[in-house]
Design a protein around this ligand. Structure first.
Ligand code: PLP
Length: 388
């Protein structure tokens, strides 16, 4: 970015090829539900080693469709880490299920086998689904969580909008997030701050052909065309939604996906730059930790800051950075503490989530950043904390 320009914590990267792909789609026969939807889905499935990928309107729709397609409904219980975006928990409520909030590891922000086990012990009833979030792009302990989910008779669904391009190695080789090795479904978002952008957009990947077919039906009103029947005929066996992703946006998605290897390499290089530049600020400032199995493409560069020890409030630090043209964000306010959920489940004591929330701050990370931007942010943070 040019010196002096404002650095947001994240932003999309649209180049001439992306623009050309959209312009071409605008001149084609279908603006929605055309050939670019399937082309994007196939390219996406190939990129994350998934058997099936189903495009949809956004990441929240992807979560809602996953709950519906896996048959989760009223009275069911879904385990969700408290440190996530609202939508991860809300999707359980969309289908009438209850949320079982789990704590997170205070160093990674991730649901762990330990925090899931603790939540199961206080759960008022059986669990139907476990919904870990690969916060920042680091991969949750899928192997451990899958074993616990299986034991509990629950399905595993990954909320993976932060982890496009990330992989995990549990001892027998690296697997892409979204491949479905450990889970029934994984959801993605193409909101402008995410790793690839279509404005609004989402995807569900699944290893299960029946789940994929149900996702496709539910994405478009529950309509099903009957092979060999009269050409106008369709049937509806369950009501669905209009959660389609238009052809125009699928053209952009496919073009963005071609750039994923470059985006991933750039994000990795910038994260390494931050690790080096922020190392002198330890132990007051640390990067969020990466679990041993995780091979992240980071979506968020989150640091954990001992604001109390440094005698600084987060608000003052955020304002000092903003005054230097540096955007930051807090990911996330623990969802269990939102008034709606306190009203529904009462107050909950989740010490890992509280510790994470006290310290977390996400710094700018997006492919168009220059290496010098990393130094500029790190120097400004150091000054704002009185460590320079
Ligand atoms: C972005 C995001 C969502 C929601 O995606 P939208 O496309 O904005 O609806 C859900 N969960 C997580 C973890 C996200 O980061």
């Amino acid at each position: 970015m040019p010196a002096g320009s404002f650095l947001p914590y994240g932003r999309q990267d649209i180049d001439a090829d992306d623009v050309a792909a959209v312009v071409e789609a605008l001149g084609a026969d279908f603006l929605t539900t055309g050939p670019r939807v399937e082309a994007f889905e196939q390219a996406f499935a190939a990129a994350v080693d998934a058997a099936h990928a189903v495009a949809c309107a956004n990441g929240t729709a992807a979560l809602h469709l996953s709950m519906l397609a896996l048959g989760i409904g009223p009275g069911d219980r879904v385990a969700v880490p408290s440190v996530t975006f609202l939508a991860t928990a809300n999707c359980a409520r969309f289908v009438g299920a209850e949320v079982l909030f789990t704590d997170v590891d205070p160093g990674t922000g991730l649901m762990t086998s330990g925090t899931l086990r603790e939540a199961l012990e206080r759960s008022p009833g059986p669990l139907r689904a476990v919904l870990p979030v690969h916060l920042r792009g680091d991969v949750a302990d899928l192997k451990g969580l899958a074993a616990l989910a299986r034991e509990a008779g629950a399905v595993l669904v990954e909320d993976a909008p932060h982890a496009l391009g990330s992989a995990a190695d549990f001892g027998d080789g690296a697997e892409a997030v979204g491949s479905g090795r450990w889970s029934s479904a994984a959801t993605f978002s193409f909101h402008p701050v995410k790793t690839i952008a279509t404005g609004e957009g989402g995807m569900v990947t699944t290893p299960d052909g029946d789940v994929a077919a149900r996702l496709r039906r539910l994405r478009s009103h529950g309509m099903e065309r009957l092979p060999g029947a009269d050409p106008w005929l369709y049937e509806m066996r369950e009501p669905g939604f209009n959660y389609r992703l238009p052809d125009i946006l699928c053209a952009l998605g496919q073009s963005q996906l071609r750039r994923l290897p470059d985006f991933a390499a750039r994000r990795r290089a910038l994260a390494e730059g931050y690790a080096a530049a922020l190392a002198p600020l330890a132990p007051h400032v640390r990067l969020a930790a990466t679990p041993a199995w995780s091979r992240p493409v980071l979506h968020l560069l989150t640091v954990l800051i001992d604001f109390e020890g440094l005698g600084r409030t987060r608000r003052r630090v955020v304002e000092a950075l903003a005054a230097e043209g540096i955007g930051t964000q807090v990911h996330y306010i623990p969802v269990h503490a939102q008034p709606y959920y306190v009203g529904r489940y009462g107050p909950l004591d989740l010490p890992g989530a509280a510790a994470w929330y006290r310290r977390c701050l996400s710094l700018p990370l997006f492919p168009a950043m220059a290496d010098t931007d990393v130094d500029r942010v790190s120097a400004a943070l150091s000054r704002a904390l009185g460590l320079a």
